[in-house]
Design a protein around this ligand. Structure first.
Ligand code: HEC
Ligand code: HEC
Length: 393
């Protein structure tokens, strides 16, 4: 498999539930400090392939679900700000010819040991903690810049002083925020009445603007068609399975965290489902996002990374959602920012959203929405995978 191909597969092959088990990776399994409770990570599910069963040369990441290898590699690449080729020989990913790959193995062991020994097995330190997007971490603090000097001299803005509001303006409760959101969208009854939604618009990605059609149907079915000159780019979820279609390439299945994310995106009643989805909630503070003053809520879920939600202080609408994909070494974030809320048949929906990951971003702008129109179930039937044509290259 070429590295480029592997990268594309990797982007899609996001991993299943938190499922790191056994041996040397033990120390890496606890959660980032973002999760307040020191959760126990579930063991790899029986029947699930481990990394060493699927790949040729796994020495450290043993016991990790095979599905987590590509997301883990993406996590490493994003942490160091490098491409796969920094460590890998193109097309022969199992080879150990490059020095950085050997160093990376030692670094994994170091990271696991630090967390096990010094952080009570919580995954507090990751590759990113030290590397911050550089292959060589910076060890020396910088000298004062002119801008930093100027901002120190500037009058102190109280709202910047602290992420958490002072005692004079107590934070709302999670329940209040979630209720206000449901109200802001149009109320539970109006939300539950939505059974389908068909949207037409454009997707802006990499400086190009392409037409996109999106079909959603309750429960949790969603398919989008991006019309490219060479054919249709498809992202689909049918309630259980997800797949991606790119012209001229075999269909690719979604795994793990990608399915989790797809289910969230496909939920027409997400606003009313949030409360039951979370096993615990914390309102952690305030944050300014563009023009919006927001409250940040972290929702915990069973056996999956939490979700961060940012609600506008005034309108109560959801401005940003951040979800995480589990990997063997840390969480991979996906951030969606919602804007241009408008009424669509009794409920308010964002006509614009921007989805950003560590390796890319796109913006969708909707021009036309139809609610509760018939959508054929046949749209959500997964095509049979094509038989492999010789060796994948
Ligand atoms: C900083 C170094 C580094 C980078 C960057 C990196 N990898 Fe890796 N990769 C490793 C190491 C180390 C292993 C072996 C892990 C082990 O022994 O447990 C590995 C193993 C793999 C394997 C298993 C190969 C086999 O058959 O044994 C695949 C597949 C892989 N990487 C894909 C990728 C992809 C795709 C990217 C880019 C998104 C990438 N890697 C980026 C260090 C890296
Ligand atoms: C505790 C801090 C720390 C953590 C955590 C850490 N690194 Fe490093 N890493 C370093 C330092 C410091 C260097 C540079 C050493 C040098 O300059 O010789 C380095 C160097 C490297 C290099 C060699 C870079 C080059 O240019 O050759 C690789 C590859 C690497 N780290 C990968 C990783 C990976 C993958 C992880 C996570 C599993 C990780 N590191 C976690 C501190 C860290």
């Amino acid at each position: 498999m070429s590295v480029k191909r592997a990268l594309i597969v990797g982007i899609m092959a996001l991993a299943a539930v938190v499922a790191v088990c056994g041996g040397v990776i033990r120390g890496a399994q606890a959660q980032l400090s973002l999760t307040p409770h020191a959760g126990a990570a579930p063991a790899a599910q029986s029947g699930e392939k481990t990394a060493e069963q699927q790949f040729k040369n796994i020495q450290v990441l043993k016991g990790v679900p095979a599905d987590q290898i590509f997301p883990t590699m993406q996590f490493i690449a994003a942490s160091l700000g490098v491409q796969c080729e920094f460590c890998h020989v193109s097309g022969e990913l199992e080879k150990d010819d490059k020095k950085p790959k050997q160093t990376a193995r030692k670094m994994m062991e170091m990271m696991i040991a630090i967390n096990a020994d010094d952080f009570d097995r919580h995954r507090e330190v990751t590759c990113y903690t030290c590397h911050r997007g550089n292959s060589k971490p910076v060890a020396i603090p910088p000298v004062m810049t002119e801008e930093a000097m100027a901002s120190m001299a500037a009058p102190h803005k109280p709202e910047d002083a602290n992420k958490t509001k002072s005692a004079t303006s107590p934070l709302p409760t999670a329940e209040q925020l979630l209720d206000k959101y449901v109200q802001a969208v149009g109320g539970a009854a109006a939300i539950d009445k939505v059974t389908s939604r068909v949207m037409k618009g454009t997707i802006d990605v990499g400086g190009k603007s392409l037409p996109i059609d999106i079909y959603c149907k309750d429960p949790e079915k969603r398919i989008s068609f991006t019309h490219m000159p060479e054919g249709e780019n498809i992202t689909a979820f049918n309630g259980r399975e997800g797949w991606l279609g790119v012209p001229g390439r075999p269909l690719r299945e979604m795994h793990g965290s990608d399915l989790d994310g797809a289910a969230l995106d496909a939920d027409l009643h997400l606003a009313t489902h949030l409360k039951q989805m979370f096993t615990g909630t914390n309102v952690v503070g305030t944050e300014k996002i563009g023009e919006h003053e927001t409250y940040e809520l972290v929702g915990q879920r069973d056996g999956r990374p939490p979700i961060q939600l940012y609600f506008d202080e005034h309108s109560g609408l959801l401005v940003r959602l951040v979800r995480f994909g589990e990997t063997a070494l840390g969480w991979l974030p996906t951030q969606i920012e919602y804007a241009d809320y408008r009424d669509a048949g009794g409920v308010k929906i964002p006509y614009q959203w921007t989805l950003a990951r560590t390796n890319g971003r796109f913006t969708i702008q909707i021009a036309e929405v139809k609610e509760n129109v018939p959508v054929d179930d046949a749209k959500f039937v997964k095509p049979a995978p094509e038989p492999p044509k010789g060796r994948a290259k």
